[in-house]
Structure formats: C-alpha cells, structure tokens
Design a protein around this ligand. Structure first.
Ligand code: IVH
Length: 670
C-alpha cells in the first residue's frame, strides 16, 4: 500500500481537484466528470475537514454556505463609485457616441460590445487571490456587504486560478449577478406553492435573493454572475478592454462568451440589431448591448460625468410592451379563496405570443393604476409568462369607460367575501365554494403532491359541477360507473385514473401534507413536518408552540397549520382519507430515538461538518427541539465557529455549550 498522504496535503489535493471541476462545470459549462463523481470528491473533502477542523480555510470549496443567517447587511463604501450607463435607444444615438469619440481622439476607434445582463451590479474584492468581500452597488457610493450570499454562487471562484491575478494585494472585480430563467421559474413555482407573491421578473428575484438573510436559501436559488470590469491595485490590468476580458477569464472568472470587438460603429449597430432578434435564445434575460470604447487610454481621456462614463453606452432593446384595450375585468377565485381580478384584453401580439389576459393582482393595484374598464393600457411581459398592465393611457380614455367595483360576494358561489386585516386580497369564506374545491383538487393531485396525473382542469370542473366531488377525499370514492358517464372519459382513461388514485394511497406523508393545501405549507415545509411528526394524527394534535418550535417553521406558518387542524371540516376530510385507506404515516420512522426527548437546543455559529439543516433534523429526529434564543429553559447551545452573542448569553446563564463532536456522540455518532 502506498504511504498515506498527510491530511494537510490530502486536503489541498482534494481542494485543487474540486476547484478544477467547479471551474469546468460552472464557468466553462464543460464538465469532465459526472455529478456523482464530483459529489464523491466533495464528500471526501468534507470528511477529512471534519476530522481536522483546524485545517478548514475560508477559501475551501466546502465553505460556500456559511449556514449562519445574517442579522442584516453592513454598509460598505466603494473604493471608487460604481457608475451607471447612459442609454441609447436608436442607431442615431450610437452614431453620436462615435462622433464624440472621434472628435476627441482624432482616430477611428474600435469598440467592444457586450450583452447587457438584466441583473444587479456587484463589486467583488479579492485580496492576494482570495475572495474577501462582495458588495451590492447600492447608491453607487455605498452598498451592502453580501459576502456570505455571494459565496454561494458556484461559478464564482473563492480563490483565483491565475498566479498573475493572485499577486495583487487588492483586486476589485465588477460584474452582474442574475438569476437564470430556469431558476427564476422554479423560485416562482415554489412561491406560488407557499402562497407567496411571484417575483415580477428575474431581476427582482435576483435582488430579493441577494438580500435574503439565510445563505442556505440563497444557495438553493442558484444565482449566477458574469464579470466585466476589473481594477488591479487601482489600475486596469490591460491596455485594451478586450484583453481585460481575456485576463478575467484566465483568472477563472466567468466572462459572458458573447462579446465582440467591432472595428466600426456600423459593426456595433449590426451586433446590437442581431441580438435584439436573438435575445430570447438565451437562458437568462438581457435588456440591451453595452458598447464600450476598447482603448483604456481613450476611456481615461474621455472620463466620466458624475453618473456615467463618457466612453460607453447601453443600447437598450425595445421593451416587450404593447398597447391594447381592457374589454372587461373578470374575477377569478383561487384555491385559498383569493379573488384575483384579471383584465380581459383585446388580443395583441407580444414577444411571439398572443396575449388576451393580464393579471391585475388585487383591487389596490387597480386603484394604483387608476384603471377603468374600456381603458387603453400598456402591457408588458417580463421574464415571467404572465403579462401585466404597467400603465393606463388616461388621455385616450373612452367616454364610456367604467369604474370597476370588486364584488362583495364570491363571483362563483355568491358566498360571503372578507378581506383579512393587513392583506390586499379579498377571499371567499365558503369552504364548499366550487372554485376553491376545483383548485384544491388540482393542487391535491399535482405532481409534487399526490401525483394523480389524469386529473386535469376539464375533469376537475366536471367532478365538482356535477356534485360528485366536494373535497379531495371524495376522489377515493369514485367508481368506474361514475367516471365513464363524464364527457371525454372513455373506459380506458377512467381505469387509468382509478389506478392512479389507488396508487396515490401509498404516497409518503409529506406528499399528502403538501396536497392538503395548508396556507404557507410548501413542499419543503411539508417534508419537515412529516419527518418531525411522523403521522397526520400527531401533526393534527400539535399545539401551536410545538409547531413553532420546529426548525424552520416560523410563527405565521405555525399559526396557519394550527388553524387548519382546528377546523372540523378539515378534520372530517382527513378522517375520510383515513377511512379510504390513504397512508397517513411517514415511511421512514420519524423518530430515531428519544435520546434528546424534551431537550431544548440553540444553534449558533458554523459547525465543522453539519449544516444547520442537518443538525436541526438530527435534534428533531431524536426528540429534541430547537429554539431561536438562549434562555433559562435552553438545555444546550450547540456552537461552531464564529458563534456570536448567543454564546456569551449561554455562558452568562450557565447553559452548557457543546461542540459538534460531542453532539454527534449524543445522537449515537451519526
Ligand atoms: S459596464 C461604468 N457591462 O447595466 C460602466 N454594465 O445600466 C459599468 N450591466 O450598472 C457598467 N451588463 O449593472 C457593464 N456587460 C455589462 C453589463 C452592465 C449589465 C449593468 C450594470 C450597470 C447597468 C447600467
């Protein structure tokens, strides 16, 4: 057997390998090994680091998620202001730029065209090659320190690759952080499941994510970053911008591959036009092309105003907007009974599709817009599929335009409508409202819930309208006779549906908890609840403070769950599900032991190998609870690196403080 490498060497070898593969995968988009092989390397590194916590360094690939929710973001002053760009909306304005440059330099300049990524600009500081800070643009002079969140961006090297780049004492890199469209759609789906408002566009979603206090959540959102500017100890490293882009790439940073050096303004115009056509072919949003003078010398000669550099402009694409008329305002009723006004539009072409509806969110939004039925409006399609009304063209208002009044009764069942305090939406109070029942059936059967795929909108409509199904539990009472009598339900599709309904009885507890559609309980919370309580019975009996003590379940969610199970109608549905033979217990034993029964833990700092989530799950699986703040009632404070005030408080109160190794022994050495 070859002699075993000393741990420090082994750790460095693994880190170098992992960095190499991260770069291949996240920056170059060209992996050399499978995800499973990569995970294996990563786990190996975590294991050696857990054995030798003294060797864990901040630039280790395992240190991307600090796991420590921040209390807020510190303000940081930029070394030099982060300027914005002047916009150009036409060829003429690009020709103006060219004229100004020529006047000043007396030569025909060349340009670099880059895509204008629709995200947020970010400043990154590398000190001797190590990432030490990430700051948002803020007001251009001062931004917010979002280092912990920025580190979760996998394409961003924690350590630069190039020796030349590592030599600088202080390297400032600027770039645009953004949310790829696929991640954006996923985040919005999750928000919908959790009854949270959707983000209007990927830019807002990226901004919201970057300002999220919990880096675990940020990591799950998958932000990405393209860099486009650099100051190396205050200087621009290369005489031409095109060379700087190459230099940044060498250093291991992600530079957008779509850029072009153009020898004339005509070539710039052609490039802008071409990308205006192709903008939808990318997996992220762009809103224009940034045109920069290539020569750094010339850039410096031209200088900047207080807001913009004079050597660059942003050629902005025409917005994806259209003008049309609001024919009517309909009111839809959702699963939670929310009444949502929707504008019915004169159909219009927008970004390749015909739009005939736009969401108006709620009555406050209609008031804010000052919208009347019959108005001409400007509609816009952001990255999201759902178009929205952005502006009312008041000076073109027809004489017979009508004020819209939100109905005081449910438009579907005529039931009573109420507006909960502090909320912008009205809700139908009737539990049996057919609109609610239909939506809850669709949610119950959804792929992430009970997975009854044969149940689509048309079928849900018929089942509810014919009175065959009044709640999801009724699905389990349907017979072949019932189904074949419905429109478009042959024997084959009926049998298929019955088979899926039958199959769904064996689903895991988490799916049915999610499928019940409890407000604020998304897929992930459902999984946590299933694991913690182990059965629907136990969950339905949980006291509100017990729910609140579950890791990651806050007071609002706890109250919502508690209220759900306090309603006799809901308990009746659960009893029906049970009688029908639907599985209401967790497959994996919820409790592994009662070793920590009744013990209260507080987590603080960063543990060497467990994430907060993992530690939280272990505590709960062994009967313990987690609370947020240290008090007399706390039994243990589980502390890691950089533990803050909680540790001081524990010491002051004489609460035992334990480390990860001791904790792992308590739960049986997992
Ligand atoms: S250069 C001083 N290049 O657009 C010049 N900016 O509207 C600094 N942006 O604040 C900016 N893609 O957030 C540059 N390839 C790109 C860009 C880009 C997006 C953003 C950046 C800037 C804003 C100006």
């Amino acid at each position: 057997m070859p002699p075993k490498a000393p741990p420090a060497e082994k750790i460095e070898q693994l880190r170098a390998l992992i960095r190499h593969h991260e770069h291949r995968y996240y920056v170059l988009d060209n992996p050399e090994i499978s995800d499973a092989e990569f995970d294996k390397l990563f786990r190996a590194l975590k294991a050696v680091e857990a054995e030798h916590p003294e060797l864990v360094l901040p630039d280790s690939p395992t240190q991307r998620v600090g796991g420590k929710p921040a209390e807020g973001f510190a303000a940081v002053e930029h070394a030099r202001p982060m300027l914005s760009l002047d916009n150009a909306y036409s060829e003429g304005e690009l020709l103006d730029l060219d004229r100004r440059v020529k006047e000043l330099s007396g030569v025909a300049p060349d340009y670099v065209c880059e895509l204008k990524i629709d995200g947020l600009s970010l400043s990154l500081i590398y000190e001797e090659g190590m990432l030490t800070r990430g700051v948002t643009r803020g007001d251009g002079t001062r931004g917010e320190d979002v280092t912990a969140n920025v580190k979760t961006i996998r394409s961003l090297p924690l350590k630069l690759r190039d020796e030349a780049a590592q030599k600088y004492r202080r390297l400032e890199i600027r770039g645009e952080v953004f949310l790829p469209l696929a991640s954006f759609h996923k985040v919005n789906e999750e928000r919908e499941d959790n009854d949270e408002p959707r983000f209007a566009n990927p830019r807002n979603a990226a901004a919201g994510t970057l300002r999220t206090l919990n880096p675990d959540v940020v990591a799950s959102r998958k932000l990405d970053l393209f860099v486009y500017q650099c100051f190396a100890d205050g200087q621009i490293p290369c005489p031409r911008h095109s060379e700087t882009l190459g230099w940044l790439k060498e250093a291991g940073l992600k530079v957008n591959p779509h850029w072009k050096q153009c020898e004339s303004i005509q070539a710039v115009i052609d490039y802008c036009r071409a990308w205006e056509e192709k903008r939808d072919s990318l997996s992220y949003e762009i809103d224009g092309v940034v045109v920069k003078v290539n020569s750094v010398r010339l850039q410096q000669d031209m200088g900047a105003t207080s807001k913009f550099p004079r050597w660059a402009v942003a050629y902005k694409f025409a917005a994806r907007q259209a003008t049309t008329q609001v024919k009517n305002i309909l009111v839809q009723v959702g699963r939670t009974g929310a009444l949502t006004p929707v504008a019915e539009l004169d159909p219009v072409e927008l970004a390749g599709s015909t739009i005939s509806r736009a969401t108006l969110h709620n009555e406050d939004e209609i008031r804010r817009l000052g919208l009347k039925i019959g108005d001409l409006v400007l509609i816009e399609k952001g990255g999201d599929v759902i178009p929205k009304v952005v502006k009312v063209l008041e000076d073109r208002r027809p004489e017979d335009a009508q004020t819209f009044v939100m109905p005081s009764r449910c438009p579907v069942c005529s039931g009573e409508v109420y507006r909960p305090e502090g909320e912008a939406v009205r809700r139908c109070a009737n539990v049996g409202c057919p609109a609610k029942v239909k939506e809850s059936l669709l949610h119950f059967s959804a792929r992430k819930a009970m997975k009854i795929e044969g149940l689509g909108e048309a079928l849900a409509d018929q089942l509810v309208d014919k009175g065959m199904v009044k709640d999801p539990a009724d699905l389990y009472q349907l017979s072949l006779d019932d189904l074949v009598r419905l429109d478009r339900m042959g024997k084959k599709s009926s049998l298929n549906l019955l088979a899926q309904v039958e199959e769904s009885k064996r689903n895991d507890l988490a799916r049915i908890i999610f499928g019940l559609g409890i407000r604020h309980v998304g897929e992930r919370t459902a999984q946590i609840l299933a694991q913690r309580f182990g059965s629907m019975d136990a969950l339905s009996r949980a006291a509100q403070d017990e729910l609140e003590s579950v890791f990651e379940v806050g007071p609002v969610v706890a109250e919502s769950i508690y209220r759900f199970f306090a309603q006799p109608e809901n308990l009746a549905v659960i009893a029906k599900l049970k009688a029908a033979g639907v599985n209401l217990t967790a497959k994996t034993a919820a409790r592994k032991s009662a070793q920590l029964q009744g013990k209260q833990f507080v987590l603080t700092g960063k543990l060497p190998s467990l994430s907060r989530e993992q530690a939280g799950a272990l505590i709960e699986q062994h009967g313990g609870r987690i609370t947020v703040s240290v008090s007399q009632k706390t039994d243990f404070v589980l502390a890691g690196e950089d533990a803050g005030s909680k540790l001081d408080k524990a010491r002051a109160l004489g609460v035992p403080v334990i480390e990860e190794t001791e904790f792992l022994k308590m739960v049986g050495g997992e």
